[in-house]
Design a protein around this ligand. Structure first.
Ligand code: S3P
Length: 451
């Protein structure tokens, strides 16, 4: 059994001169996991370019192999996946260990749940704390059997799929692309139509890829902000090539760094601008950020653009709860931007942050307090009163095995008077292995702390 994670090491960010230059952040994590899983479920060979080679995605590649597919690295971000087709999964011989990866584990549970095989899922100490009932509940309705010591609520757990899965209509209890995707992926091997209803639209990469691989998917509006997605089961998915665009959730870190380090100007190349992922850009622009989209174009079915970012004064704003699904992973670094703004930023409706790689609401509040920032939590809201360009810094942010907490506080340290330390930089490799060298190339002073 797992629950292990790499050796921790401290990282320090020091006040830096203006950031300059061009950079390309790695491939989108959400699309990378899905690219491998769709490759597994298709007949034929799927070539992927721009795959994120972070720890999380490499675990999904291991799972693809354990379930009978071939996932081969050909070169930098270039992968070839040979699939087994919907219905053709092989029963894995060992435990599927997803490390820190919520998305990889939950989506693969959906894939497995409608196949007549048995598979055990596990992960590190962070993943073992995260709620799994939200995934397990609809999969039980589809006919899967779940065995676990904690009634399916936490990892490790074992899923046994039925001989024939039952297509369902499922309304997600929270706006979550992971729940939606797990049900749709399970629906691929169920006869008839599987429908997911969400009150707030969440990222739609699964829907895009289902169509790209030849499945029939109908998406209709539902209420003011929601969607109703219906998939016709048991299609023959045909292998198709996938180009993975740069991850806006990773771009968020150098982007906010360039906004808060005085005099900075950088260009981030080829960043995905799917509107269900860009709530952070909308919010930062409301705060007065200078973010220009150059060269808008299409790549692999997604819109992308080069983002030119210039430092400047920011002002506090009120961020509505409905925006959360389109920027759910970006609140930690938005809170850092808010710490440098003038006035109060209120980020509303952040209950889902409590169940990410860490309790991010608490981890962000604690880290900001350690940096001398005026911060408080009221119910599900995070309220930061900014220092109008002045933040003391100098503390240690505790990362709780959370890559985004680590990167957010290193960004803070580049512009804070006394810099900032994070207790553990090891988890950055889950989503952005080249974060430190990329930031250094732009002029950011980040390094491993001397022992
Ligand atoms: C993801 C969905 C989001 C997000 C995660 C990736 C995905 O999680 O936080 O990093 O790829 O589907 P939820 O679905 O739990 O909101």
């Amino acid at each position: 059994m797992s629950a292990s994670h790499p050796e921790p090491f401290e990282v320090v960010a020091r006040p830096s001169a203006s950031l300059r230059g061009h950079a390309r952040v790695p491939g989108d994590k959400s699309i990378s996991h899905r690219a491998l899983l769709f490759g597994l479920l298709a007949v034929g060979e799927t070539c992927v370019t721009g795959l994120l080679e972070g720890e999380d995605v490499l675990r999904t590649a291991d799972a693809v192999r354990a379930l009978g597919g071939i996932a081969e690295r050909l070169g930098d971000g270039e992968w070839r996946v040979r699939g087994v087709g919907v219905g053709g999964l092989q029963e894995p011989t060992g435990v599927l260990d997803f490390g820190n990866a919520g998305t990889g584990s939950r989506l693969t549970m959906g894939v497995v749940a409608s196949h007549p095989i048995r598979a055990t899922f596990d992960g590190d100490a962070s993943l073992r704390k995260r709620p799994m009932r939200r995934i397990v509940d609809p999969l039980l309705e589809m006919g899967a059997v779940v065995e676990s010591e904690q009634d399916g609520g936490r990892l490790p757990l074992t899923i046994r799929g039925p001989r024939e899965a039952v297509p369902i209509v499922y309304e997600t209890p929270v706006a979550s692309a992971q729940i939606k995707s797990a049900v749709l992926l399970a629906g691929l091997n169920a006869p008839g139509k599987t429908t997911v209803i969400e009150k707030e639209a969440s990222r739609d990469h699964t829907e895009h890829l289902l169509r790209h691989f030849g499945a029939e998917v109908v998406v209709e509006p539902h209420g003011e902000h929601g969607r109703r997605i219906t998939l016709t089961g048991q299609p023959e998915l045909v292998a198709r090539d996938i180009v993975v665009p740069s991850d806006p959730s990773s771009a968020a870190f150098p982007l906010v760094a360039a906004l808060i380090v005085p005099g900075s100007e950088i260009v981030l190349e080829g960043v995905m601008t799917n509107p269900l992922r860009t709530g952070l850009f909308t919010t930062l622009r409301e705060m007065g950020a200078d973010i220009e989209e150059l060269n808008r174009r299409e790549e692999g079915g997604e819109t992308i653009a080069d983002l030119r970012v210039r430092a400047g004064a920011l002002k506090g704003v009120d961020v509505p709860a409905e925006r959360a699904p389109s920027m759910i992973d970006e609140y930690p670094v938005l809170a850092v931007a808010a710490a440098f703004a003038s006035g109060e930023t209120r980020m509303r409706g952040l209950h889902e942050l409590r169940v990410k790689e860490s309790d991010r609401l608490q981890a962000v509040a604690d880290g900001l307090a350690a940096a001398g920032v005026d911060v408080r939590i009221e119910g599900d809201d995070l309220i930061v009163t900014g220092g109008a360009g002045e933040v003391r810094g100098g503390g240690v942010a505790v990362t709780h095995l959370d890559h985004r907490i680590a990167m957010s506080f290193l960004v803070l340290g580049l512009a804070a008077r006394e810099g900032m330390r994070v207790d553990d930089g090891a988890m950055i490799a889950t989503s952005f292995p080249a974060f430190v060298p990329l930031m250094r190339d732009l002029g950011g002073e980040i390094s491993e702390a001397a022992a």
